[in-house]
Design a protein around this ligand. Sequence first.
Ligand SMILES: [Zn+2]
Length: 112
Amino acid sequence: MTQSAHGRCHCGAVQLSVPRLPADVTECHCSICRRYGALWAYYKVKEVSFTGPTELYVWGRKYIAFHRCAKCGCVVAWTPRGDYPECAVNARMLEGLNLEIVRVIVEEDASG
Ligand SMILES: [Zn+2]
């Protein structure tokens, strides 16, 4: 279970690396996540790396930034803009994630 996991966007320009595949993912129903259709897997910021050309989207209270591939547009992650220690990777980008067995936690709209 200590094996690292990898992912990428559709075109491959953005490569992701995380310490492990998630045991559960969060389907958030806030106004932006429901549009992205992302399934978030949470990690410590320092555990996650991604490389490649990304563009940022920041809105509302501006406490997190969403990263999307500058080429194909896949939303790959969000990162905090302050000192918050956690970030999230879009688990749909991860190789080897079996969505039939991973637990999906549905989070109702908390952001308005
Ligand atoms: Zn891409």
